[in-house]
Write a protein that binds this ligand. Structure first.
Ligand code: C5P
Length: 212
């Protein structure tokens, strides 16, 4: 089974996808990390974020061993990721990695922005996660402070709004819900509540299938 989790709040660092994968014994890929890794490679090289050739070669040279690097989590790298992820050739370069990951046994949970629409349009379950931007800003600020980063909530909110706008309006693989996605608004849910709501969705889809 493939579970696709998309949406502006898909990778809230309570890592809904990770928890869901653990629950079902599946593998998990936070696809935001791969765009962040490409962005960081450009930053480290002192290159312009719109340097298509370098970005594409960084995408092909991805090293999954480095996906756990805490430096990928910062606000600055996330913002840069939103710029490089708008380059169609970068998205294309990262497609087969994601599809191969999704196809492997015993099943997978992928979270991102275009999993249900572009990467795995045939995913068994699609969940589109949204939350009030102000609530997301509060959460991200607390997460950043917990990592020891200096974070100003108003600036975080402005960044979230700017990044959502960019993700939703890019011509290639814009952030949008697949027509068959189930909406999950976690504005008023804590991590546990969000995980339970997601499991309920998966179970409802499974039960529906069994009845057919
Ligand atoms: O989810 P995260 O904050 O790690 O993603 C960083 C950026 O990477 C997003 O703002 C988005 O621009 C991009 N991204 C994407 N497609 C994905 C995952 C992330 O375009 N599947």
């Amino acid at each position: 089974m493939i579970i696709a989790i998309d949406g502006p709040a898909a990778s809230g660092k309570g890592t809904l996808g990770k928890r869901l994968a653990k629950h079902y014994g599946y593998r998990h890929l936070d696809t935001g990390v791969i765009y962040r890794a490409v962005a960081k490679a450009l930053i480290d090289a002192g290159a312009d974020l719109t340097d298509e050739m370098l970005a594409v070669s960084a995408a092909y040279a991805l090293d999954p061993e480095k996906f756990g690097d805490p430096a990928l989590k910062t606000q600055a790298v996330g913002d840069a990721a939103s710029v490089v992820s708008a380059i169609p050739k970068v998205r294309e370069a990262l497609m087969s990695f994601q599809r191969q990951f999704a196809a492997g046994p015993p099943g997978a949970v992928l979270d991102g922005r275009d999993i249900g629409t572009v990467i795995c349009p045939d995913a068994d379950v699609k969940i589109f996660v949204v939350a009030d931007p102000k609530v997301r800003a509060r959460r991200r600020t607390l997460e950043a402070r917990a990592r020891g980063e200096d974070a100003d909530e108003a600036a975080v909110l402005a960044d979230i709004i700017r990044r959502d706008e960019r993700d939703q309006n890019r011509p290639t693989a814009p952030l949008k819900a697949a027509p068959d996605a189930h909406l999950l608004d976690n504005s008023h849910l804590d991590i546990e509540g969000g995980v339970r709501a997601a499991i309920d969705i998966v179970e409802a889809v499974r039960a529906g299938r069994q009845r057919v």
